[in-house]
Ligand binder design. Sequence first.
Ligand SMILES: Cc1cc2nc3c(=O)[nH]c(=O)nc-3n(C[C@H](O)[C@H](O)[C@H](O)COP(=O)(O)O)c2cc1C
Length: 197
Amino acid sequence: MHDSPPEPLRVLGIAGSLRRGSLNRGLLRAAIELAPDHMVITPYEGLRAIPPYDGDVEAEGDPDPVADLKARIRGADALLIVSPEYNYGIPGVLKNAIDWVSRPPRTSPLSHKPIAIMGASTGNFGTARCQLALRQTFHFTKSYVLIEPDVLVVRAAERFDDEGNLRDEATREHVARLVESLERWVRGLRAGAIIPD
Ligand SMILES: Cc1cc2nc3c(=O)[nH]c(=O)nc-3n(C[C@H](O)[C@H](O)[C@H](O)COP(=O)(O)O)c2cc1C
């Protein structure tokens, strides 16, 4: 007798850069390619449509793009955030979207949502400071953030081709490890184990 295949895990991939040739969008594409068999990573393409956060607008009801993003997060088993670092912090467009979906805190779809983070930068620190800032933000939203492996893609321009596709084998292996860990961890969380392995 064979075990039935596991339920597919649905992961929403959110890139923090709007640029067509974005290295981080390329990094997310690599994660989609390298995802384990029973994980489907869907890239979120709506970031550009999220308006600037405004409490007066929120009081009248979530704008459609915000309601759509909240529904996508609710429907996902986990998020994969793939972001550049801007001025040692979280890119404004990404932080703005997080701010919208963090509200109201008691019913936020980010609450208790498993999240993995990775990022690529052209510099030597591979988005380390942005990733720490994201972890701080996700502490407030009561999200669970995968602890390791860290995927900090340094000097990223050397690792991607002209179309923004990740070519560097060692980096592809890091990305594969992260998505495999994410799968193990989320399945472990569902089975009641907070710490996988
Ligand atoms: C506004 C801005 C601020 C930046 N600040 C940083 C930074 O703090 N640290 C860093 O490593 N790279 C920084 N960079 C360089 C980015 O790593 C680089 O532009 C990267 O390619 C952006 O990601 P993307 O290719 O996904 O758009 C910055 C770039 C921009 C446009």
